[in-house]
Design a protein around this ligand. Structure first.
Ligand code: ADP
Length: 611
């Protein structure tokens, strides 16, 4: 017998688990059945693809036994089983990336800890909510050695070699005193029918029956064991879909939407997709886990294939079950398979069109979806060309008129006849944007401008180019069309030259324009230079060696300041005003000032002198 320490993350997780106030403890059974079902899937795949297992007597079954005297609950499967390495890798460590930071982030927050079980999917370890000791007996298919794994939570577990006849796994839960309910047949039955009715393998409960005064033990099948996605839509209720969703995709919440499709004819397949209500914890990690499973003729093939759906749909959970694919092809070949390609294409189209339907039918619910996944969906602009229009129709924006979200269609509908372009402004947050000097002219003319405050917007939005033949344009790029401005600018040459001289280290140019109505000055960037939000984005993406990009200072000739400065020769004053103007313009853009105290001092002394 050997003793091992748990990976730190695991012992922290167990600790949280044992002290968790999570009320929905029954889900441990769902998790263990889910593991058994996966193990049966894996063995089935072997029997179909591996010569060595060609004649294997595959007879899938999950059996649940409660022992009231010993207070144990045992879950038995004849799936693929585990060898010693598997045990150490699977029941001593957590492979999920991001686990550490996730656990850190919820450690202090009791309320968030119930997310642990819901959102994170703690799997096997959830059994420690109801058991103070767990024994696993297991033998891997193709091996002649069997093992016992045992742990009383805490920080360690033990593994020893044992004798075990049959291939598969037995999980024995030594139930805690407050978990007696899980010894009752009716309780077990109700949990199984609730969550596991449609996992594709039969689940039995061992029951004791009195017959002619004699006790008899019999096994009773509890679930339907029909793969839910193969059941016809008309026979399924929302509850069926949701329970299957929770069981299969480890969510504690119902899904927001399910999309069940059966295609017959030249291309035969079934897909069942779910849109979750809440984003999974790893949504923004490069190494996020795939949420879709691939089956061929009901045989499980993979659940880690990220190519099944485009990355911008990585929040979708679901199942592809395809008829006409060979079972024993390698992943690489599968990727190029024309049937799979067609099914994938049809599925993306279907998901997007269902989202569009939701948007039109129930905008409030759609906004719920958009709040969680809109940012991710937007990434599709860079890669989705087949369904570009649908994707664009799914985007929502705030505007200078209202914080209520609108889509591009509504925006275009509201455009006045002489407005030719769709205007937008990207920046740090809604309130900075809303007060941006760049909007003054638009506000005055009553033109709606889309305000975008996602970090990715500065990169992604320019890629839209056009929507319904209308081009998108950043308001910072709109040149003023007033011909008189050149004349006016001439009148200000003497002062702009002086300001430019004063600020030459910080700005590329100083220009008089009629963009501004209220503010004295603002910053814009040369057409070929990345603007401020783009620079921020590039920095965030790790580009630290960006050359310094100088903005252009645009000034408002109708502002009192310039009327007064226009013919001034007071260089000291111009100097003071120039730096202040630049600082104010920077603040308006959401930039940080290098020397804030210098700024406040200048403002204060100016205040004092004006009193
Ligand atoms: P997950 O199921 O999300 O991978 P778990 O903690 O529930 O996480 O399980 C960890 C791993 O342990 C599984 O991926 C599997 O490799 C192994 N495992 C758990 N239960 C069984 C079982 N009944 N039969 C075979 N392997 C199992």
């Amino acid at each position: 017998m050997s003793k091992y320490e748990y990976q730190t993350e695991v012992s922290e997780l167990l600790n949280l688990m044992i002290h968790s106030l999570y009320s929905n403890k029954e889900i441990f059974l769902r998790e263990l059945i889910s593991n058994s079902s996966d193990a049966l899937d894996k063995l089935k795949y072997l029997t179909l693809t591996d010569e060595k297992f060609k004649d294997y007597d595959y007879n899938p079954k999950i059996l649940i036994k409660a022992n009231k005297d010993e207070k144990t609950l045992t879950i038995i499967d004849n799936g693929i089983g585990m060898d010693e390495e598997d045990l150490k890798n699977s029941l001593g460590t957590i492979a999920k990336s991001g686990t550490k930071s996730f656990i850190e982030s919820i450690k202090e927050d009791k309320e968030k800890q119930s997310d642990l079980i819901g959102q994170f999917g703690v799997g096997f370890y959830s059994a420690f909510m109801v058991a103070d000791k767990i024994t696993v007996l297991t033998k891997k298919a193709g091996s002649n050695k069997a093992y016992k794994w045992e742990s009383e939570a805490g920080s360690s577990y033990e593994i020893s070699q044992i004798e075990k006849e049959s291939v598969g796994t037995e999980i024995i839960l030594h139930l805690r005193d407050d978990a007696d309910e899980y010894l009752q047949d009716y309780r077990l039955e109700s949990i199984i029918s609730k969550y596991s009715n449609h996992i594709p393998f039969p689940i039995f409960i061992e029951k004791e029956e009195e017959k002619d005064g004699k006790k008899e033990i019999k096994e009773e099948q509890i679930n339907k064991a029909s793969a839910l996605w193969r059941v016809s839509k008309s026979e399924l209720k929302d509850d069926d879909y949701n329970n299957f969703y929770k069981q299969t995709f480890h969510d504690s919440d119902d899904s927001l939407l399910h999309i069940h499709t059966r295609a017959e004819g030249t291309l035969e397949y079934t897909t069942l997709f779910y849109i979750p209500k809440k984003a999974p914890f790893d949504l923004y990690r490069v190494d996020y886990q795939s949420g879709v499973k691939l089956y061929v003729k009901r045989v499980f093939i993979s659940d880690d294939d990220k190519e099944l759906l485009p990355t911008y749909l990585r929040f979708v959970r679901g199942i592809f079950d395809i008829e006409d694919l060979p079972l024993n092809v390698s992943r690489e070949i599968l990727q190029e398979n024309i049937i799979l390609t067609k099914v994938k294409k049809a599925s993306v189209k279907k998901i997007l069109s269902e989202l569009k339907k939701l948007k039109n039918k129930d905008f409030d619910k759609y906004k719920e979806f958009y709040a969680e996944f809109g940012k991710v969906l937007k990434e599709g602009i860079m890669s989705e060309f087949d369904n570009r229009d649908t994707l664009l129709e799914l985007l929502l924006f705030k505007t200078n008129k209202s914080e209520e979200l609108v889509d591009l269609e509504t925006y275009v509908k509201n455009m006045s006849e002489d407005q030719k372009e769709i205007y937008y402004l990207v920046g740090e947050d809604y309130s900075t944007l809303k007060n941006s000097p760049h909007l003054e002219e638009f506000n005055e003319k009553g033109i709606e401008v889309l305000l975008m405050d996602d970090e990715v917007d500065s990169i992604i939005i320019p890629q839209i180019h056009t929507f319904k033949e209308k081009s998108l344009k950043s308001v910072t790029e709109v040149e003023s069309d007033d011909k008189d401005i050149e004349e006016i600018a001439k009148e200000f040459t003497s002062v702009t030259v002086k300001i430019k001289e004063e600020l030459k280290d910080e700005v590329k140019d100083v220009k008089v324009t009629n963009r501004l109505k209220k503010s004295p000055a603002c910053l814009v960037y040369d057409k070929n230079d990345p603007d401020f939000s783009m620079q921020q984005m590039l920095k965030q993406m790790g580009q630290t060696d960006l050359p310094e990009v100088k903005p252009i200072l645009e000034i408002n000739p109708s502002h009192e300041i310039f009327k007064k400065l226009k013919d001034s020769d007071d260089l000291a004053k111009i100097k003071e005003v120039s730096t202040l103007l630049l600082d104010i313009a920077k603040l308006n853009e959401g930039m940080k000032l290098k020397d804030l105290s210098d700024f406040t001092q200048k403002v204060s002394s100016l205040l004092a002198s004006s009193l």
